[in-house]
Structure formats: structure tokens, C-alpha cells
Design a protein around this ligand. Structure first.
Ligand SMILES: [Zn+2]
Length: 175
């Protein structure tokens, strides 16, 4: 029986017999390159994808911190998802038990908090703060200002998506 060597480790998903020569149980390993711990924490590959990475606890945390929630998402998609999330959250708000893991003051949905983060704002930023940040970032990354800059174009799109989420949430509250 062949020993597990580095040459067996390439590819995806990464599987290796756990416990070396005894090789009784196959354990899925963390998808983070070079990590040999069992990967038992699922993480979505992109916001609307059912596909998952599997990480160890440490790398799941790292991935979640680095994960750009608005990457690859159009403004319409972001707004549609926010709408769905907000309608689901409305029941909690009425019940007075409305918290997203202790962040914010409990009046903002998780997507709004992510949108604030995309606009480089703190969770207690006001709507006016958000508007100012959106204008500043959209201007700085606008395709007319940064022609041919793909990264700026992506930042511009993300900023627009984040702003759309916040604007629609504000309109819903005012209604
Ligand atoms: Zn890991």
C-alpha cells in the first residue's frame, strides 16, 4: 500500500487517510493550502453559491474575515438579497429580540452592516455618513476617473451595490 506523500496531496478536494499507516478513517482536510488539519468548517465559495470550502476552525475564521461579501454580486442581486433578509428579520424586530451577533444597535440587518463595512464605515455610521462615503468612494473609483483599471471598476461596482442596500433599507424604514 502506497504511503501518503506530498505527490498525493494535490488536487481538490483534498483527502488523506488520517493516522498514517493505520489509515482507518478518511478525513477531509482543510482546503487552505498547506494546512494538514481536518477541515470541518464549511464556508460558501461565493454569496449565492451552494458550493463550499471546508476549512479548519482557524482558517474558516481567516476566510470569513477576508471574504468580500459583495464580490461578484450586482447591485440588483445585493438589493434583492437584502430585501429577502430584511423581510425575514422583520418578525424578530417586532418581537424585540433582534440582534446580529451583538453588532450594531439591532436596527440594521446583517447586509446593511456588511454594506457599511464595504463603505469603510463603522456600524454606528449614520445614513448621511454612508451617503458621503459612497460619494467619495464612487468618485475615486469611477471608470471615468480610472479608465482601464479593473480593480477600481470592481471597487466601484461594490460601492454601488453597498449603497443600494443602504438606500433601499432607509427607504423601507421611511415608508
Ligand atoms: Zn486549516
Amino acid at each position: 500500500m502506497a504511503r501518503a506523500t506530498r505527490s498525493n496531496d494535490w488536487g481538490f478536494p483534498r483527502w488523506r487517510s488520517y493516522g498514517g499507516e493505520r489509515g482507518a478513517a478518511k478525513v477531509r482536510l482543510c482546503d487552505r493550502h498547506g494546512c494538514d488539519r481536518p477541515g470541518d468548517c464549511p464556508a460558501p465559495k461565493s454569496p449565492n453559491s451552494p458550493e463550499r470550502w471546508w476549512f479548519c476552525a482557524e482558517h474558516a475564521g481567516e476566510y470569513n474575515r477576508g471574504w468580500d461579501y459583495f464580490a461578484g454580486l450586482s447591485a440588483e442581486e445585493a438589493a434583492a438579497r437584502e430585501k429577502g433578509e430584511a423581510s425575514g428579520a422583520a418578525g424578530y424586530a417586532r418581537a424585540g429580540h433582534y440582534h446580529w451577533g451583538g453588532e450594531g444597535d439591532g436596527t440594521r440587518s446583517r447586509d446593511e452592516l456588511r454594506a457599511l463595512s464595504a463603505l469603510e464605515l463603522e456600524v454606528d455610521a449614520t445614513f448621511e455618513d454612508a451617503k458621503a462615503a459612497w460619494r467619495r468612494l464612487a468618485k475615486a473609483n469611477h471608470p471615468d476617473v480610472r479608465p482601464g483599471d479593473a480593480e477600481a471598476a470592481e471597487r466601484f461596482r461594490r460601492v454601488q451595490a453597498a449603497w443600494d442596500v443602504l438606500r433601499q433599507a432607509e427607504e423601507r424604514r421611511a415608508a
